[in-house]
Ligand binder design. Structure first.
Ligand code: SF4
Length: 262
């Protein structure tokens, strides 16, 4: 049975046609935006940093940045697209480096009670295994007494306001994954790191909010499944996001290749 993720469910909300192309027709492309490429390299650098911390060492900043540069070089490929034509690849490379530098300065000596990086979650929202979810927690902290923190790194420009963070479903979904494990849980804090600005935003969910979210995700999954089995419509929703979309050839509302990607 198919597993759903936060990003697949978000894709469905933003553009059902893109959801169909990517997740039902399984059309995979090597293309990715430079923003996504940079974000992955920054995540790897912070993962390296905290893996060293978990091993009892605090890496020098230069070593963390060396990791970033070598991954950037080794993983660079020809299908990376730049939509904002005024920016070069080097601009993004430096932007990522700045995110790491800002983070390093702010959190040295990294005394957070981290228990793991890039933790894969596979869980179900029900007892029958009908609603299977997957996700990855960037960083998980635990004080040893049942108080947990789910941390997420954002390398994009956008910063969530407190109100938006309190309504954001991604980390709340990961909280459900954490709660589904057999762990002592007294509290769970959701923490976003907006790396371009060095801003941290936190949010806490009530039991009711978590239950309500579970119900609404189940409904969304039911809706997708009923469209698939009844041959329902997956309409294309044009938006600014089309500029970053690699599905123009398959999209019923567009034609040719995406002209915004250089
Ligand atoms: S180009 Fe736009 S409308 Fe078409 S699939 Fe992509 S996001 Fe949807």
């Amino acid at each position: 049975m198919k597993r759903f993720s936060y990003s697949s469910l978000e894709t469905f909300k933003k553009c059902p046609a893109q959801y169909k192309i990517r997740y039902i027709d399984s059309i995979r492309k090597p293309d990715e935006s430079i923003e996504a490429f940079m974000g992955k390299r920054v995540h790897e650098a912070l993962e390296y940093l905290y893996n060293e911390v978990l091993d009892g060492r605090i890496p020098f900043f230069d070593h963390v940045v060396d990791q970033y540069h070598s991954n950037w070089r080794d993983k660079w490929h020809s299908a990376i697209g730049i939509v904002r034509a005024e920016n070069t690849a080097d601009y993004y490379k430096i932007l990522g480096e700045d995110c790491i530098a800002r983070y390093y300065r702010k959190y040295t000596p990294f005394a957070e009670p981290i228990v793991g990086n890039e933790i894969e979650l596979n869980f179900t929202l029900d007892d029958d295994g009908k609603y299977q979810i997957k996700g990855i927690i960037d960083r998980l902290d635990h004080d040893g007494s049942g108080n947990w923190e789910i941390h997420d790194y954002k390398s994009g420009k956008r910063v969530l306001t407190q109100n938006q963070a309190d309504k954001d479903n991604q980390l709340a979904l990961y909280q459900m994954g954490l709660m589904s494990k057999d762990k002592e849980i007294k509290s769970v804090k959701l923490v976003w790191h907006f790396l371009q600005r060095g801003i941290e935003v936190e949010s806490i969910r009530s039991k009711k909010q978590i239950l309500d979210l579970s119900t609404s995700i189940k409904k969304q999954i039911d809706n997708i499944r009923s469209k698939i089995s009844n041959g329902g419509e997956f309409p294309a929703k044009k938006s600014i996001l089309c500029n970053w979309c690699y599905c123009w050839e398959e999209c019923p509302m567009q034609s040719g290749t995406n002209p915004f990607i250089k």
